[in-house]
Design a protein around this ligand. Structure first.
Ligand code: SAH
Length: 251
């Protein structure tokens, strides 16, 4: 926990809510949510996690609503600062882990600059939830020596990845936010030398009751997404570990 630089200031915890299943939150995350005066959350956080909060906690949704746009990131940062400066204990809940493609770093910078004490609680990132739910070890030793998490979405809406570095044998690639860039991803990875028949999968809402997996190949990824109308939130996983997929019963 960082130290306050202003009197009577509250504090903020950036808490990873996990991939969906509310039981995948950490004990620490759950304890802080229960203690929160204010809860700030977005789309990828399940009701089961939000409902851990006290009935008296103020709940502020900052995600995307149908037809509406997300609250701009600057406004979210400002909201966290304002509530903390009112002396509140604010829990900023983020899907998965706050520091994996979650813009937690930007929120941390703004809070620190404002002199607000901040604590970070990690969460189970979507890739780990997906691997557990569908039973494929991301680094099974017969298949992968490395596993990379990449974002398929850049600030300017293009996809520009280091294709040769990704197109390595014995590597598992997990792409977050990649659905709209699938044509580019599939074409560029093949051009960089990854075989078109490399096992791949699209995984929608891993660990949620509505989770789905669509197994395919690197080459058929775009068509598989189109024919099954796969929408975000979904992950793309590429690599031979996908062929180890099992159906796992959860309790
Ligand atoms: N901080 C989050 C990622 C935020 S980026 C984490 O650590 O998981 C948002 C993207 O994450 C989504 O577009 C999607 O690609 C992925 N994602 C998040 N939750 C998911 C889930 N339950 N199933 C599949 N993909 C998910």
């Amino acid at each position: 926990v960082t130290q306050p630089t202003q009197p009577n200031v509250g504090r903020v915890a950036l808490v990873g809510a996990g991939p969906g299943d509310p039981e995948l939150i950490t004990l620490k995350g759950a304890r802080l949510i229960q203690a929160a005066d204010v809860l700030v959350y977005d789309n990828l956080v399940s009701d089961g996690v939000i409902n851990l909060a006290s009935p008296s906690a103020e709940r502020i949704f900052v995600g995307k609503m149908a037809g509406n746009h997300t609250l701009p990131q600057d406004d979210i940062c400002q909201l966290l600062v304002d509530k903390a400066l009112e002396g509140k204990f604010v829990v900023r809940l983020k899907g998965g882990d706050p520091f994996v493609f979650g813009r937690g770093g930007e929120e941390l910078d703004v809070l620190l600059a404002a002199g607000v004490p901040v604590e970070i609680v990690p969460g189970v990132t979507a890739a780990l939830g997906a691997a557990a739910s569908f039973g494929f070890p991301l680094t099974h030793r017969d298949h992968a020596q490395s596993c990379v998490f990449v974002t398929g979405h850049l600030k300017d809406h293009t996809v520009d990845l280091n294709w040769p570095a990704l197109a390595q044998a014995n590597q598992t690639i997990v792409i977050y936010m990649g659905i709209t860039g699938l044509d580019t991803i599939s074409t560029q990875l093949q051009a960089a030398g990854l075989p078109g028949n490399t096992p791949a999968a699209l995984i929608y809402r891993a660990t949620w009751p509505t989770q789905r997996i669509f197994a395919c190949t690197l080459q058929s990824l775009p068509e598989t997404a189109r024919s099954n109308k796969v929408k975000p939130p979904a992950l793309i996983v590429i690599g031979s570990v996908v062929s180890l997929m099992q159906s796992i019963e959860t309790q």
